[in-house]
Ligand binder design. Sequence first.
Ligand code: GUN
Length: 309
Amino acid sequence: MSARILSGKTIAEAIKSEVAAEVAGLKEVHGFSPCLVVVRVGEDPASAVYVGSKVRTAEELGIVSEHLHFDADTSQEKIVEVVTELNERHDVDGILVQLPLPKHIDEREILELIDPEKDVDGFHPINTGRLMQGYEGLVPCTPAGVIEILKRSDIDIAGKHAVVVGRSNIVGKPMAMLLLKESATVTICHSRTKDLPSITRQADILVAAIGRAGFIRSEHIGEGATVIDVGINNVSDVERAGELFSNEEIEKRLTAIENRGFTLVGDVNPREAMEKSANFTPVPGGVGLLTVAMLMKNTVVAATIRRGV
Ligand code: GUN
């Protein structure tokens, strides 16, 4: 069997067109454009790429955006001051502080300082609490994007066994809550789970959010499952790439390693997942694209709720 590939690109494009139409409507009817401010501290190269993509996409859709970048040695007090000002600015609808923050910054203090109404990442305890209680609100973008992929690909969630591997605050935990809200039977696995394959093999929907390249293999996947790969890892070893990719894919990957020094790989072994699963999200081109699209959607949601339109 060869899995159906669930294209994040097509689904992200559909969501972005819906958001662009909503943004145009807000301007026409209510005379404002939603505004997103992204705060980045330090020089993490992946963060620079992600933030660039967020700001660019916002502009494409008619959302006003600002990118505030601070040196790696910026003090906690300064970041507190910046977020406080953004909280107070009436024109700002969404505030996103890109993670990871430099080690000397207290991430929790900063995330808890963001006005929950402007928390487009959905990381504030008020918003995670609401999610836990099953209320609508600002929901973390990556797990929200996974739900969109499932729904827009006509994959039933209600009554299905969903297994989430990973328990981070950004993906694993909110993912489990959203699947529960959709009436899945949810199991959360993590690094201390005993006999992981025996559990993940039972999954109708398997979500991998572990942070280890190609960790989920054939033995973890039940025949006919839907496998959602949330991981983004760099692989630079040619031999390792050979273990992960099929004959059709390998040439492109080796060229990437030669040209850029690495190729992007998820948490799932794509060659084995393609053989064993019924539906599979590729990396790149899968869940990652949805994260940005859902951030745009959250910005519009935040703007309409806060401005009461
Ligand atoms: N770093 C990696 N993923 C994310 C995300 O979704 N939001 C923020 N703010 N930082 C991240």
